[in-house]
Design a protein around this ligand. Structure first.
Ligand code: ZN
Length: 432
C-alpha cells in the first residue's frame, strides 16, 4: 500500500498549520468551514452545507449570541465569493463532501471533526507551533485536541480521491463528513439526524494521539463511555432578604441541594458510571433572595443502560428539588455520545492493512476511557445495516490533550491519510 507519492503531504501540513492559527470553538467554525468548502470545491467535489448536513431540531449546546457575533467578525475577513458560502451555511457550521465514482458500489462515510477548545496556547519559544510560526492567533482558543490534524487528513483524502480515485478503480461513493462541535459531544447527533449518511454501508472515524505513540495504530479501542450533558436552570422569585424573605423563592439553595443529591446517586452495579456537577451559578447580590440557579452536569456510563440510569436519576433529582423548593425548572440536553462497538469485519480489515506496512505497529486494543460523539454516527450506520470502525492513529505528543502545550507529531497525518485511502480501496474493491 505504498502510495506516499500520491499523497500531498506538504499541503496536508500547510492546511493543518493554517487551521491551527485560526481555531474556532463548536458551532462557530465559520472560517474553518468556509476554508474547507473552498478547498473541497476547488478539488472538484460536490459539497453540502447548512441544514442539508445539520438538522436544527437536534442541535445541542449552541449559543445563538456567540454564533451571531462569530458570523459578524468572520464576515469582515471573507471575499465576496466566500461570503456566499457563509450565506449558504444558514448559520450552521460543518460540511459534507461527496465523491461519486460514477460506478455502482458501496457508499463509505468518513468523519473528521473540526472544532477547537477554549484553551490559551502556550506562547513560549520551545513550543513547536511558536517555533514554526503557526501558533494560535486567537487568544483563549486553541486546537488542543488535534482536530486541525483530523480536518487536514480529510482534505488529504479528498485530494487523493480527486486525483487518483478514478485511476485506482474505486467504485461507489465516498462521503467526507466534516463534523462541527465535537467538544462537548454536540455536533454528531444533528449531523446524523440530517440523514446525510443514511445511505452509507460503511463508516470510518479516527482520533490522533491520545493513547498511542507515532506509528502505533489502535485498531479496536475500547472503554468508550456513553455520556449525556445537561444544563438545569432553576427559576425562583427575588425578594428583600431582610424585610421579606418569605416572599422570595430561593433558586440558589435549590441548585445546591440538587448538586449534592446528584453527587450521591448510587452507582450502577453492572459497570463504570460517572457524574460530575462541573458548574454551579446562582445569585446576584448578598441581600437579595437568589431568583436564578444553574447547574451544568454530565453523566457517563460504560453502556447505554448505565448511562440512561445515571441520566434519569439526575433528571428526577432536578425535578424533585424544583417541586420541593417551588422553583420552575428548565432542562436542556447539551451533548450526547454513545458507546462504541466496532464491527469485527472492519477491525480485521484495518488490522491486515496495518500488518502489511512494516513501519506500523498493530495495537489490537487499548482503553480510550473518554467519550467521542463519532460513536453516534457509527451506531447510526450500524442501525441502517452498515458496518462501522473508529480507530486511533498514534502520535507523539508534546503535551497532553486539552493542555496549552499540546502538540502532535505531524508525520502521523501521513499515516492516517494512508490508512483511510487503503481502507477505501479495500472496501470498494470488495464490492466488485
Ligand atoms: Zn478530540
Amino acid at each position: 500500500m505504498n502510495r506516499d507519492d500520491e499523497i500531498d503531504y506538504k499541503s496536508i501540513v500547510e492546511w493543518r498549520r493554517n487551521f491551527h492559527r485560526y481555531p474556532e470553538v463548536g458551532w462557530t467554525e465559520f472560517r474553518t468551514t468556509v476554508t474547507l468548502v473552498t478547498l473541497l470545491r476547488e478539488m472538484g467535489l460536490l459539497v453540502h452545507v447548512g441544514t442539508k448536513v445539520i438538522n436544527p431540531s437536534f442541535v445541542m449546546g449552541r449559543d445563538t449570541k456567540l454564533v451571531e457575533s462569530a458570523i459578524e467578525s468572520v464576515k469582515k475577513t471573507l471575499s465576496l465569493d466566500q461570503q456566499k458560502i457563509l450565506d449558504e451555511m444558514q448559520g450552521y457550521t460543518g460540511c459534507v463532501a461527496v465523491y461519486d465514482t460514477g460506478r455502482p458500489g458501496k457508499t463509505v462515510a468518513l468523519r473528521f471533526d473540526i472544532d477547537c477548545l477554549s484553551v490559551s496556547e502556550n506562547k513560549s519559544n520551545d513550543h513547536y507551533p511558536v517555533k514554526q510560526g503557526f501558533v494560535s492567533e486567537r487568544d483563549g482558543f486553541m486546537h488542543a485536541c488535534g482536530h486541525d490534524g483530523h480536518m487536514s487528513v480529510g482534505l488529504g483524502v479528498a485530494k487523493w480521491l480527486a486525483e487518483y480515485g478514478e485511476k485506482s478503480g474505486l467504485s461507489g461513493v465516498v462521503k467526507l463528513l466534516f463534523q462541527p462541535s465535537e467538544e462537548g459531544v454536540r455536533g454528531a447527533k444533528p449531523m446524523a439526524e440530517s440523514g446525510i449518511m443514511d445511505d452509507a454501508q460503511y463508516f470510518l472515524g479516527m482520533h490522533l494521539g491520545f493513547i498511542a505513540k507515532t506509528k502505533e495504530i489502535v485498531v479496536n479501542p475500547n472503554n468508550f463511555l456513553c455520556t449525556k450533558k445537561y444544563d438545569f436552570r432553576f427559576f425562583g422569585v427575588p425578594a428583600h432578604a431582610g424585610a421579606e424573605p418569605h416572599v422570595g423563592v430561593n433558586a440558589l439553595s435549590g441548585a445546591c441541594n440538587a448538586a449534592t443529591q446528584m453527587l450521591g446517586i448510587p452507582r450502577h452495579g453492572k459497570g463504570m458510571s460517572r457524574i460530575n456537577v462541573g458548574v454551579i451559578r446562582a445569585g446576584t447580590s448578598r441581600n437579595v433572595i437568589p431568583a436564578f440557579g444553574e447547574l451544568q452536569i454530565e453523566v457517563r456510563g460504560e453502556t447505554e443502560e448505565i448511562n440512561t440510569y445515571m441520566a434519569n436519576q439526575a433528571e428526577r433529582i432536578a425535578q424533585g428539588v424544583a417541586l420541593g423548593h417551588n422553583l420552575r425548572l428548565e432542562s436542556e440536553l447539551m451533548g450526547e455520545a454513545v458507546d462504541l462497538n466496532n464491527d469485527q469485519e472492519m477491525v480485521d480489515m484495518l488490522s491486515s492493512l496495518v500488518n502489511q506496512d512494516s513501519s506500523l505497529i498493530n495495537v489490537p486494543s487499548r482503553s480510550f476511557g473518554g467519550s467521542e460523539d463519532a460513536t453516534i454516527l457509527a451506531k447510526r450506520c450500524q442501525s441502517n445495516g452498515g458496518k462501522s470502525l473508529f480507530f486511533v492513529v498514534g502520535s507523539n505528543l508534546a503535551g497532553g490533550h486539552h493542555q496549552s502545550n499540546f502538540d502532535f507529531d505531524e508525520s502521523s497525518l501521513l499515516i492516517a491519510t494512508k490508512l483511510f485511502i487503503a481502507s477505501l480501496l479495500t472496501l470498494c474493491e470488495s464490492n466488485k
